[in-house]
Design a protein around this ligand. Structure first.
Ligand SMILES: *Cc1c(COP(=O)(O)O)cnc(C)c1O
Length: 368
């Protein structure tokens, strides 16, 4: 007889609204008129890789962008058939599987191209690949000025089909002038090589697709905006919140004036204070960098200030302003009322890092 152990109800969970995700995909599509490669690396930015891939599969997309073969495998095991594109340079040990599965790498070097060509020859197939060109990111790709000199050799590799040219923007949300120059550089590389030889031409992630003219491209690679956050001002109101990070109050007490709260006693009450203890902490990805930064949480329709330091599993907030507050009350750490961008700013980081920092202890609850 097997003994069943009841699952502990989660103290912290992340609600993921799949209809908001699909709405945001529509915004991406309308904003640039390009084909779409939703980026689902890092567990779809912490939103749940399999669930997000399944939710987007039928939405007329061309590729999913992933970081490595482990993520590609998970998408396939979830039964999703959409083509898979590997966003960065590949590790040599990953390549045989990429060829066998017909996933699409982007090539940054002749060595990679030669190896893929050899593996494809061994497998008796022709592998579709994209060429990555470095127009300023400095992370991968053929340096733009060098690529034309390599093109003949790349095209001589009979087991590769060069079907795309891609590049990446490092400062689309910070430096318009540089980014415009990058678009121009990408266009001139296309002109020099003959753009029509590439079925897919892509440069933009979220900021590039929202804020710039993508006429030189026919594919975009949005990540963050699908998850409801605009990296550029002026577009946020078009997007819908996808993830809400939530927890519950586990305890409500009134502390007298002069009482310390949390490790280090950074916060000392200056009056009798009603303090709620909440079941989430940095062990869940609610980062400790939020301590003593004026961070707020949302309870019963109001903002309530975080008190003292975030601990591993618990935080304390001031709920003196909430007469009806009770144990079990739901708390939003970020979501529709507390924007994740606000939390990221207070923590001295970016929304991408907040999303991907949510740990496995946090149950993801998907709603369609
Ligand atoms: C992560 C990534 C993206 C998506 O970027 P967002 O800013 O989240 O839209 C697009 N392209 C590449 C190459 C990436 O690494």
């Amino acid at each position: 007889m097997s003994v069943s152990v009841a699952a502990s109800p989660p103290r912290a969970w992340a609600e993921v609204d799949l209809s908001a995700l699909r709405h945001n995909l529509g915004v991406a599509r309308e904003a640039c008129g390009c084909h779409l490669m939703p980026v689902v690396k890092a567990g779809a930015y912490g939103h749940g890789l399999e669930e997000i891939a399944r939710a987007l599969e039928g939405e007329g997309i061309e590729f999913f962008g992933v970081a490595n073969v482990g993520e590609a495998r998970r998408i396939r095991h979830a039964g999703v058939k959409t083509r898979i594109y590997l966003l960065g340079a590949t590790w040599s040990e990953e390549r045989a599987e990429i060829v066998a599965q017909d996933w699409t790498p982007c090539l940054s070097s002749i060595n990679e191209a030669l190896h893929f060509n050899e593996l494809a020859a061994d497998a008796g197939v022709r592998l579709k690949v994209h060429i990555s060109v470095d127009t300023g990111m400095g992370r991968g790709g053929f340096v733009a000025a060098d690529l034309p000199g390599h093109m003949a050799e790349l095209e001589s590799l009979e087991h590769l089909i060069i079907e795309g040219l891609g590049s990446h923007l490092p400062s689309a949300d910070e430096d318009r002038e540089f980014t415009l120059a990058q678009f121009a550089k990408f266009e001139s590389v296309l002109a020099e090589l003959g753009g029509e030889r590439f079925q897919w031409r892509h440069l933009s992630s979220s900021a590039g697709l929202l804020g710039y003219d993508n006429h030189a491209c026919n594919l975009v690679r949005p990540g963050l905006l699908l998850y409801g956050v605009s990296p550029l001002p002026g577009f946020q109101e078009r997007l819908r919140t996808v993830m809400s990070l939530k927890s519950r109050i586990t305890l409500v007490r009134t502390l007298p004036a002069g009482h310390g709260v949390s490790y280090g006693r950074d916060y000392i009450t200056d009056r009798p204070t009603k303090v709620a203890t909440i079941g989430i902490g940095y062990g869940d990805g609610y980062t400790r960098h939020l301590s003593n930064k004026g961070t707020e949480v949302w309870i019963r329709g109001q903002r309530c200030p975080l008190l003292g330091r975030v601990s591993m599993d618990q935080i304390m907030v001031d709920v003196t302003a909430l007469p009806e507050v009770a144990e079990g009350d739901e708390v939003e750490l970020f979501g529709a009322h507390i924007p994740v961008a606000e939390i990221a700013k207070k923590a001295g980081t970016i929304p991408w890092e907040i999303f991907t920092g949510i740990t496995p202890r946090v149950t993801r609850v998907h709603r369609s």
